[in-house]
Design a protein around this ligand. Structure first.
Ligand SMILES: *Cc1c(COP(=O)(O)O)cnc(C)c1O
Length: 366
């Protein structure tokens, strides 16, 4: 059978390996496995959320309220925007998809950093759009501007990942706002802020304000997720905040009931437990220092990170082999081979998980 031609060169997204694989392949108990490969919250989910979900068990037969008003009201109060400035997606991934489907096509292109979140390119290829990347792997806005000027007529969407997965680099909010104001009104600038609460904690200058974006720009959207600091990766829920003119168009692409009852409840309740989120972020940067120390004492190059992960770049040793050896011992890290890097991306874990990683990694590197 013939399929759409632009799918021919498309590779599937390579997700972090699951715990189940390590259990079945290496016979390690599930609760012994340390999974630091997908930037999930190592402390799990807030107890407030878990309690609320228990009460949902007699609602499973009902479709969700498709207006999502409880979650939208809570988000709106949280960020001081209107409920009509918000769209909810099955992960912020789905909103990335909506943005591409609303703007990109065979005749135009998207613009991204050299090494960034793989889904931008994957969704662009779904619609046959071109992908233009900066030479710089991290976000270099002067290069973004140059490429935009050269190709302005055909760039439909620009993605800024602030901070950037998988490298951890992070633009200042002021730079981002200035950049958006220099981009033409027909190009949508997507601010993917999946880790922005981590960045803001480390350096307030990095904190992007969705309200500011919403108020000041007709050509930008802010994307947030519950998958990282809120500990709800398995619930698949995220949101976009922008002017109504953008939200209304994206809304046309959303299927009814795209979010489950459980996910809506979980996300709404998660917004009330700010302490859980804050404690997780605090642990993250305390433990990040230990990883930096470990890298220094072992002569490993690392990139300063504003996220909940750190990238270790190897020189002589082979990162894929290291990842495999760790996997056999029940530690799942992210091999960055698919990004063309001899490197590992490590999600910062709990102190105990990190102890284990240091112990095993030290043995392997000896
Ligand atoms: C995790 C992540 C997302 C969103 O993930 P969802 O689970 O789909 O909400 C978006 N962008 C980046 C860069 C991410 O790392």
């Amino acid at each position: 059978m013939k399929f759409n031609k632009h799918l021919a060169n498309l590779q599937c997204y390579e997700a972090g390996k699951p715990i189940e694989l390590v259990v079945s392949k290496f016979g390690i108990e599930a609760n012994e496995v340390i999974k630091l490969a997908s930037n999930e919250n190592p402390f799990g989910t807030s107890p407030v959320v878990k309690l609320a979900l228990a009460e949902m068990m007699d609602k499973l037969h009902l479709y969700p309220d498709d207006s999502y008003f409880q979650l939208k009201d809570t988000l709106a109060a949280n960020f001081e925007v209107g409920t009509k400035n918000i769209i909810i997606g099955a992960g912020s991934d789905q909103i990335i998809e909506f943005c591409i489907h609303a703007k990109a096509n065979k005749k135009n292109a998207i613009l991204t950093a050299g090494t960034t979140f793989a889904m931008y390119e994957i969704y662009a290829k779904h619609v046959g759009a071109n992908v233009i990347k900066t030479k710089s792997p991290t976000h270099d806005l002067s290069e973004f501007k140059k490429l935009y000027k050269q190709n302005a007529h055909k760039i439909s969407v620009i993605f800024l990942c602030v901070p950037n997965n998988p490298l951890g680099d992070c633009l200042d909010a002021r730079e981002v706002y200035n950049f958006i104001s220099e981009v033409g009104k027909n190009t949508l600038v997507v601010i993917d802020a999946a880790y922005n609460d981590y960045a803001k904690f480390k350096d307030p200058k990095k904190g992007i304000d969705p309200r500011y974006i919403c108020k000041n720009f007709k050509n930008a959207i802010y994307l947030g997720t519950f998958s990282k600091s809120y500990g709800l990766g398995g619930m698949r829920i995220g949101y976009g905040i922008a002017k109504r003119s953008i939200i209304n168009e994206l809304g046309k692409l959303r299927a009814p009931f795209n979010i489950t009852n459980l996910s809506l409840k979980a996300a709404t309740m998660a917004l009330f437990d700010k302490e859980f989120v804050k404690a997780g972020i605090q642990n993250n940067f305390e433990q990040m220092l230990r990883y930096e120390e470990f890298a220094k004492t072992h002569g490993i190059e690392f990139l300063p990170s504003y996220t909940n992960f750190i990238v270790f770049k190897f020189d002589k040793q082979n990162a894929s082999q290291i990842a495999n050896k760790l996997l056999q011992q029940g530690i799942i890290l992210r091999d960055m081979k698919s990004y063309g890097l001899n490197a590992l991306r490590i999600t910062i874990g709990t102190p105990e998980q990190n102890d284990k990683v240091f112990e095993k990694l030290d043995e392997i590197l000896k």
